[in-house]
Design a protein. Structure first.
Ligand SMILES: C[C@@H](O)[C@H](N)C(=O)O
Ligand SMILES: C[C@@H](O)[C@H](N)C(=O)O
Lengths: 158, 158
């Protein structure tokens, strides 16, 4: 498969915002993130899935000190987005596996998720890109999750 | 904000699989991706959001030639995952904005989503990492989406 693991990372400084029932029509997330930009809220992870019923589920992370400001911003646009609910959650951590040449993520993902499962860590959110797989877990499980991944990918990280 | 746009990419060679109602307990996505690994299915994007009712929504992309094999694999584990539905969709395209130093994605995301909105492109799925924002759109809107992003980020790409 040709990929090489470069790093395993832990981020405990964020909170997440979830919007449910966002109207699945053009312009909705544009409006949401224009609002974040206008209020100088720094967004890190953004994940969106679409439901079968014309609604979408959007989650994003911010530094914890900006969590309340982000929630306020979302409440301001909630109606325009058609969102049924806005929730803020400060008790998260993110663990990431970073590599190069990750054309296929299957093996890395299988190993990462298996390591977390063996540590009995529940995966709240998954986001990927060409070089990274990120999982959001409960803050209370952060250390266990991080240790599990360091152990799994230890050989390659030497 | 200190980030630099490096590339705008288009990928028209994938399909996506969506599993609804996956049990939100440890071990579920591990089982799913062990199955993919065991059948040599190459997975690219993976996105998961969790619902309020102990269920999760998992979507992943594969090359179109592997879409049916991926769907078959998911059907094989569907019951064990508690998934209510498995859907395969060949008619997608992915547009990505890649940069470095993207500590905050807010401005890039706002610009990317605004450009897609102006082109009346609907965003089906969003996935992010430190250096990349990826949006899945309809295959039929691929060109329009790609053009909109090239136009928006043109200055930085020179
Ligand atoms: C849900 C949201 O992403 C919507 N589809 C949009 O394009 O803005
Ligand atoms: C939904 C799925 O990600 C589950 N939470 C798991 O950890 O496997």
């Amino acid at each position: 498969e040709g990929f090489v693991i470069r790093a395993v990372e832990l981020n405990r400084s964020e909170g997440k915002i979830t919007l449910d029932g966002v109207r699945d029509t053009p312009g909705m997330v544009s409006h949401l993130f224009q609002e974040m930009a206008g209020r100088n809220i720094d967004v890190n992870l953004i994940v969106q899935n679409s439901g079968p019923a014309g609604d979408a589920h959007v989650t994003f992370t911010v530094r914890r000190e900006q969590l309340e400001a982000a929630r306020t911003a979302c409440e301001a646009v909630r109606e325009k987005l058609g969102a049924t609910a806005v929730e803020a959650d400060a008790n998260i951590a993110t663990v990431s596996v970073i590599g190069v040449g990750m054309r296929s993520h299957t093996d890395v993902a299988a190993r990462m998720f298996a390591a977390l499962a063996r540590a009995n860590v529940n995966i709240d959110l998954i986001s990927t890109s060409e070089i990274e797989i990120e999982c959001v877990v409960r803050e209370s499980e952060a250390c266990r999750a991080h240790q599990a991944l360091l152990q799994e990918f230890h050989p390659e990280l030497e």
